[in-house]
Write a protein that binds this ligand. Structure first.
Ligand code: NAP
Length: 250
């Protein structure tokens, strides 16, 4: 098991990619803090599932865009587990909004959850990891935060995900040499987010741009997260790992 006895905090863990990461990390022996903001039922049923496999869990409701809620979540984590080995900043929202249609509210919400949320969680967790002289932070960005022309129409989302790449690099520098900070940039992954923002026609058209002629599955991002959370990636920091079926190949 690659994460035996480790403690992992995963934000936005009740659904989608976060849920798949929880399951994969639990299979590899980690105890897990399952964060949710709205999906209470899903978060608790996930905890039941992995408790049955012998892992310990803590389910915490917190809006990652709110500093006080994040602080309390991390305090509860330390009270229960006494340490944090892995933080996955996965919580995210996508409100479809091309630049001219976007509003200040859309901008604030999207940047607040996706970018500020990752900043706030990292800021609370980093001192604990620095104390331990070890830790791994993984930011779930997106190919739309890279120079991927066909994925950049949603302005607030794109900016938030590009910001996560900058955050990753800045934290890698600031938290070296004991903490590894990396990002994953997924392409389209089959979750509620894609269901909500892509029509079936747009999804079909988009698939043509993938060398592998399909979109990804949440478990495929979880596998990349496992690599970055485990000792297999101990000499990797400040990097951006694209998991995109060849869509973003350069
Ligand atoms: P999803 O199925 O819509 O899930 C989003 C998750 O974020 C949910 O668990 C949700 O929890 C959580 N969340 C939203 N607002 C939150 C808040 N304020 N505080 C805490 N948690 C919050 O989306 P997904 O596809 O799994 O996306 C996961 C991450 O991958 C996101 O950062 C997304 O941008 C990124 N990503 C996704 C794709 C894709 O194609 N799916 C591609 C590239 C990157 P609640 O339900 O409890 O609110």
């Amino acid at each position: 098991m690659k994460l035996q006895g480790k403690v992992a905090v995963i934000t936005g863990a009740g659904r989608g990619i976060g849920r798949a990461i929880v399951k994969m990390f639990a299979l590899e022996g980690a105890n897990i803090v399952i964060n949710y903001s709205k999906s209470k039922k899903e978060a608790f049923s996930l905890a039941d599932e992995i408790n049955n496999d012998g892992r310990e869990t803590l389910v915490v409701k917190a809006d990652v865009s709110k500093a006080d809620e994040v602080k309390k979540m991390i305090q509860k984590t330390v009270t229960k587990f006494g340490r944090i080995d892995i933080l996955v900043n996965n919580a995210g929202i996508a409100i479809p909004a091309a630049f001219l249609d976007s509003t200040e509210e859309m901008w604030d919400q999207t940047i607040g959850v996706n970018l500020k949320g990752a900043y706030l969680c990292s800021r609370e967790v980093a001192p604990i990891m620095l104390n331990q002289k070890s830790g791994k932070i993984i930011n779930i960005s997106s190919i739309s935060g890279m120079a991927e022309r066909t994925a950049v129409n949603n302005t607030p989302y794109v900016v938030s995900k590009a910001g996560m790449i900058g955050l990753t690099r800045s934290l890698a520098v600031n938290l070296s040499p004991h903490i590894n900070v990396n990002a994953i940039c997924p392409s389209l992954i089959d979750t509620d987010m894609v269901e909500a923002t892509f029509t079936p026609e747009r999804k079909k058209m988009s698939i043509q741009e993938y060398l592998l002629k399909r979109i990804g599955r949440p478990e495929e991002i979880a596998r990349a997260a496992l690599f970055l959370a485990s000792n297999d990636s101990d000499f990797i920091t400040g990097e951006i790992l694209t998991v995109a079926g060849g869509k973003a190949m350069r």
